[in-house]
Ligand binder design. Sequence first.
Ligand code: ADP
Ligand code: MG
Length: 418
Amino acid sequence: MAKLTIRDLNVRGKRVFLRVDYNVPLEEKDGQMVITDDTRIKETLPTLKMLIEQGGKLILAAHLGRPKGQREPSMSLRPVAARLAEMLGRPVAFVDDCIGEKVEKTVGLLKEGDVLLLENVRYYNEEEKNDPAFAEKLAKVADVYVNDAFGAAHRAHASTEGVARVVAKRGGKCAAGLLMERELKFLGDELENPARPFVVILGGAKVSDKIKVIDRLLEKADTILIGGAMAYTFKLAQGFKIGKSLVEPDKTDVAKAALEKAKQRGVQFLIPTDNIVATPVVTDKLNKKGKPVIDLNDPRTNTDKNIPDNEEGVDIGPASAETFSKAIAGAKTILWNGPMGIFEDKRFAAGTNAVAQAVVEATQKNGAKSIIGGGDSVKALNKAKLGDKVTFMSTGGGASLEFLEGVELPGVAALSDK
Ligand code: ADP
Ligand code: MG
């Protein structure tokens, strides 16, 4: 990797400003905020342990939720400090601010190997504005900057970008943590010159979210498999009827261009030939967002290339699942982003699960490298209990998508070169 990592450092006695992604889901229970999933904390432990072993004084910074510059108590990182201490098996100090005297005083007391977590950086509006004066304030306690928050690296904020610039200007080192290193290795280096055949599986809700990724991967992939609602925009572009399926009619030109590019480059481009369809019925129940709940009734397999007017495509059909699985079975490199159907409803999870199974088999039997990007794809794999059977699952969500688009992430760009 072209960027410095913590393996290249020795931080003994130094104050290490470590940006982590502790944007964990919280739930209120008896007036207290409780962490419902600590995966993000767990992911940082290898980096923390290495820096502790090196004898650094660790100052952790993170954001939680969107407090919009307010001290929103439900978005305090205090519960994270307690959970981190449990998981790390050593004390974690906490200061209820991320800049100022209190922080400087506490940092002054840190010994080698001590860990301090600062309060939510987004309690200040200056964080998201990447305000240079605020970055200077954060950097006051930093000799070295380490970024392990891949999931926030696509944002040029003060704690992800500004601080690094300040530290670097002073001659300090800015390095990637081990989680960041892994993300860059698998989403970057491994896909740069992939072992072939390279099969890309794309799904999820919208073509517009992923068009740049499709366009870039058309230059790398041998085969692209399209599922999810995204497939209906492609079907519409090919002149088929898509009934009430989720679709972006204004993106058919983009879909046509992708199909044309695939043809020119000799990329096999597969769109589902059959679908699971259901009849959407608007109910008078309201969902969390206050919108009417739509029931999906009478699911069935539709083998016709057209979907009837009053039905909605909700998953790829069994024949498509088989075609996709065969393509995946021959792969040496697999990139998967986006579920094949509305997998949250188990009636419509079969396509996603079949693809997951095929990816796992290719990984285990052929030694294919399987890389999963995208929050919901990761959720789907974990739901099927297959998360530990693939080569790599990205923690990035939006950041992985931007990285796959070929965009240089500001949080990565700000790190020192090797
Ligand atoms: P990822 O987070 O993996 O990048 P996306 O966020 O793009 O994936 O898409 C995930 C969402 O797409 C899921 O909530 C899923 O229900 C939805 N989805 C997939 N297929 C369909 C479909 N046929 N109709 C409507 N929504 C779909
Ligand atoms: Mg998503």
